[in-house]
Design a protein around this ligand. Sequence first.
Ligand code: RIB
Length: 334
Amino acid sequence: MSTTSVRDVARHAGVSVGTVSNVLNRPDRVSPDAVDRVQRAIEELGYVRNDAARQLRAGRSTTIGLVVLDVSNPFFAEVARGAQEEAAAHGFTVLLGSSDEDAERELSYLDLFEKQRVHGVLISPNGDVDERLRRLRSRGTPAVLVDRRSEDGSLSSVAVDDVAGGRLAVEHLLESGRRRIAFVGGPAGVRQVADRLLGARAAADGVDGAGLEVLETASLTVLEGRRAGEEIAARPAEDRPDAVFAANDLVAVGLLQALVMQRSLRVPRDIALIGYDDIDFASTAVVPLSSIRQPSRLIGETAVQLLLGEAGDPGKPPQDVVFQPELVVRASSA
Ligand code: RIB
């Protein structure tokens, strides 16, 4: 790490420390010759500006901490991209961490971001971090929940109505004549899974003769979807569902792989399939996947807007932004 100071650069360039500071921050106020000498000295000495110290002196940071559940899930990658673009438009940088559904790692990111004095924290929580976030806020670091609504309204949040999303998915399958429906996803304790299942049940309960079976998975991954698909494909025809609603697109992609591998099965002829998120893989799957679309980039952008609003006016009451999910019908359930 460079230990060269501004003073070393000034001495090397034969100018004052103030001139070096002006070249770094207000180059329009410095003669071209002085700019050239300072920039050459920076190159030759390998000087690197200490932004963290500068931001601390200025009493504010230009970084925003973002913790997502699983950065390998394209949904969260899109949320992060939306957050990054909105942050950059306001002169901020996003520091991204992935808890990978590990509560300890999640808390260590929150501690790190607080020590870094970030401008604020955005988090798609794995565990119940509301109390930790309220403490963060009380010490001057605003926090916004992403993809999760605040239990008691004490924190701003931005999410999609997952109960409505689950209902939309199963209503679509019912309208296409399916009646033996399976919900595949888990763990059941994950709030997004529980809400989607709630909506799915509500839709199935509304139609005579419709049944909803739940196959809980250990996580929302392609591998777990594949395992569930192999289990379904191995059943005798009369025991198989005629439609599956996967709790997210990664699970749906895994299910599709397993069902397609079973040569005797056809999607959607034998089993219709719908996922959730509408990630890019959904539309390009071997049988294009129907999905419940979440406005993932907009979620990221909105989270940054809520955070900057709160940072600018700490007395501002928390805001709950809820987007509506959208049904996207493709070949897997048409
Ligand atoms: O984190 C699991 C799921 O919840 C993601 O696939 C996305 O749907 C989020 O809402």
